[in-house]
Design a protein around this ligand. Structure first.
Ligand code: HEM
Length: 235
């Protein structure tokens, strides 16, 4: 087996690739949040934004395939790292002590596999709900001569339902937990940790995860608590 492939398959190599795929997924999330927030920018902006995405044509399929690959590869590697670690160290983290000083064990780090699986299940439901409308064809309308999808109305309708709104809030809280460790771990795996820097990276990880997810969470909760008719949404 070529040594490069061998290196990638090692525990360290897998951690490295999980880090890189995680960084790309975080970049996707920043872009996705930016797009989603256009829901507050007037009636047609969000629909126009999705119309532009549709217009990417075959390029959109390529982007979606790359995204799906990143999510799945990241998940498979993450779970295999967690399983290998468990095999190598069967006692629980609660009782484990390192010989060389304190290890970086937190609630977030211990629950990476669980929060990761929750995110993957969420993604299947999320795409089925918003991209495919649970099988219901998306209504369209014409604005200034452009044929637009009624995706904004679909999102608003979804979040006036408490199960959807609080379901999303719950999953987003799980994503905060996942990212707060994932961000730190990615940058550590990629070699950006030296003593004090580690603490700064951890602080940045918390800020990143919380700010990003509060941005996402604002959408379902605002829509729910204003009955889909708040001043930010109704113009
Ligand atoms: C308030 C929270 C969110 C809202 C309102 C939202 C909205 C949407 C909408 C409307 C679509 C369909 C886009 C289209 O059909 O063109 C979509 C797709 C998607 N969302 Fe979200 N999203 C949210 C949170 C998230 C989170 C937290 C993640 C990741 C963990 C995520 C990952 C995705 C993915 C991977 C797609 C599929 C992209 C594609 O196939 O083009 N979303 N989202």
């Amino acid at each position: 087996m070529p040594s490069f492939i061998k290196a990638l398959k090692s525990q360290v190599g897998r951690k490295y690739v999980t880090g890189i795929t995680g960084v790309f997924l975080m970049l996707f999330l920043i872009g996705h949040l930016g797009g989603n927030l256009t829901i507050f920018a007037g009636v047609h902006t969000f629909n126009n934004y999705t119309h532009h995405l549709e217009n990417l044509g075959p390029l959109l399929y390529v982007i979606e395939l790359v995204l799906a690959f990143l999510f799945i590869y990241h998940a498979v590697l993450g779970i295999s790292i967690a399983r290998n670690r468990k095999k190598a160290r069967p006692e629980s983290y609660n009782v484990y002590k390192t010989k060389g000083g304190p290890s970086h064990q937190t609630l977030a780090s211990r629950s990476m596999a669980i929060t990761g699986v929750i995110i993957l299940v969420f993604l299947v439901i999320h795409i089925w709900q918003f991209k495919f409308g649970f099988g219901e064809e998306l209504a369209r309308y014409t604005h200034e001569g452009v044929d637009l999808p009624q995706l904004r109305a679909r999102v608003i309708e979804a979040f006036t339902n408490p199960v959807s709104a609080f379901g999303y809030a719950f999953v987003l809280a799980m994503i905060i937990l996942h990212l707060s460790h994932g961000f730190w771990s990615a940058f550590t795996s990629l070699g950006m940790k030296h003593g004090e820097t580690s603490k700064k990276v951890q602080a940045a990880a918390y800020v990143f995860a919380i700010v990003l997810m509060l941005g996402f969470m604002f959408i379902p909760l605002y829509i729910f608590f204003t009955g889909g008719d708040g001043s930010l949404i109704s113009y």
